[in-house]
Ligand binder design. Structure first.
Ligand code: F6P
Length: 361
């Protein structure tokens, strides 16, 4: 093993830099191996001059820094790559160019640090003969085959702190606060934030809600002396028989489908039904930014070291993962098979319901 590449793809999250740092240090300390940093996700393997050598010196001090020093992109899919010519833009398959670039760089392996989208791309490239390995990242925690992804813990911490702050202002004004958190297709952030931050209702994509049940919960609280309530809602939650709330094309900035607006919709219904004042707070990208907490720093470091070991053992086409307390690996095919959803009849949901938190069902 002489030379490996590393890229970060998809939405950023706290802990990416900690993985990059661990990859560079482990490659250097354990294997005397060179690391090439690929900039802006898969863009860096298509566009010119988007690579640089990473040394232990160049990754000094990045452990506590959010984001990614390599840059990222959640639009650079080599299989459906947008190419702009003078007067038009078209979509091309540039996957063969990507593989050629990996070969001409002489990379023994390319480490893809990404969420479900980037890992699916990595798997497709692997099937075409590209020496790829994966590291699971996302604040959403929705990747199969790993108990947890790095970035999730920090996002939950940020959102929970927001709830602590919102409790005091809600209580003072006798208001209902609706807090919209990230989670396009899964409600992990909403459930953990709701439990950790003492919410009264949690609405998640996995459990379509009945708004009447949510309002009844709030009215019951009011009738028994609680002057304020907190509702945590995942951006991808939807009412029974209804659909998710999408942002307009303009707000999406031309990128893939983006969700948003459900918090305000639920807030309006609660206001009408309970006659209480309601405010909606959308936490949005605050959950993705900032310094990783200690858990994410440690997990990222373990993943970074483990993925370099994986390459040394020639276990290409695999992804590192956390199982219980142990770092293991799984084939990428298994990792991208399905999304990890919140179980609705056990675990966290049942814990929450046992202490009276409503899921609107
Ligand atoms: O996948 C992570 C995520 O944070 C989702 O929860 C959210 O819907 C999305 O990214 C937002 O992406 P963007 O950065 O394109 O707005």
């Amino acid at each position: 093993m002489k030379k490996i590449g590393v890229l970060t793809g998809g939405g950023d999250c706290p802990g990416l830099n900690a993985v990059i740092r661990a990859v560079v240090k482990a490659a250097s300390v354990k294997y005397q191996c060179e690391v090439i940093g690929v900039e802006d996700g898969f863009d860096g393997l298509v566009l010119p001059n988007r690579m640089r050598v990473l040394t232990p010196w160049s990754v000094r001090g990045i452990l506590p820094i959010g984001g990614t020093i390599l840059g990222t992109s959640n639009r650079a899919n080599p299989f459906k790559y947008k190419v702009k010519t003078d007067d038009k833009s078209e979509v091309r398959d540039v996957s063969r160019e990507v593989i050629k670039n990996v070969q001409s760089l002489g990379l023994d392996a390319l480490i893809v640090i990404g969420g479900d989208g980037s890992l699916k791309i990595a798997y497709e490239l692997f099937k075409m003969g590209c020496p790829v390995v994966g590291v699971p990242k996302t604040i959403d925690n929705d990747i199969m085959a790993t108990d947890v992804t790095f970035g999730f813990s920090t996002a939950v911490e940020t959102a929970t702190e927001a709830l602590d702050r919102l409790h005091t202002t809600a209580e003072s004004h006798h208001r209902v606060m609706v807090v919209e958190v990230m989670g396009r297709y899964v409600g992990w952030i909403a459930v953990e934030t709701g439990i950790g931050g003492g919410a009264d209702a949690i609405l998640i994509p996995e459990i379509p809600y009945d708004i009447e049940k949510v309002c009844k919960k709030i009215k019951d609280r009011k009738d028994t002396g609680s002057k304020s309530s907190i509702v945590v809602i995942a951006e991808g939650a939807k009412p029974i028989g209804g659909d998710v709330s999408l942002l307009s094309a303009a707000e999406s900035g031309g990128s893939a489908e983006r969700l948003g607006g459900i918090g305000n919709m639920v807030g309006d219904c609660i206001c009408k039904s309970t006659e209480m004042e309601v405010r909606c707070v959308v936490l949005g990208h605050l959950q993705r930014g900032g310094t990783p907490d200690a858990f994410d720093r440690v997990l990222s470091t373990r993943f970074g070291v483990a993925v370099v070991d994986l390459i040394a053992k020639k276990r290409l086409g695999e992804m590192v993962c956390l199982r219980g307390q142990k770092i293991e690996s799984v084939p990428l095919s298994e990792a991208v098979k399905d999304q990890k959803r919140v179980p609705t009849e056990e675990g966290l949901v049942k814990t929450a319901e046992s202490i009276g938190i409503s899921f609107g069902r």
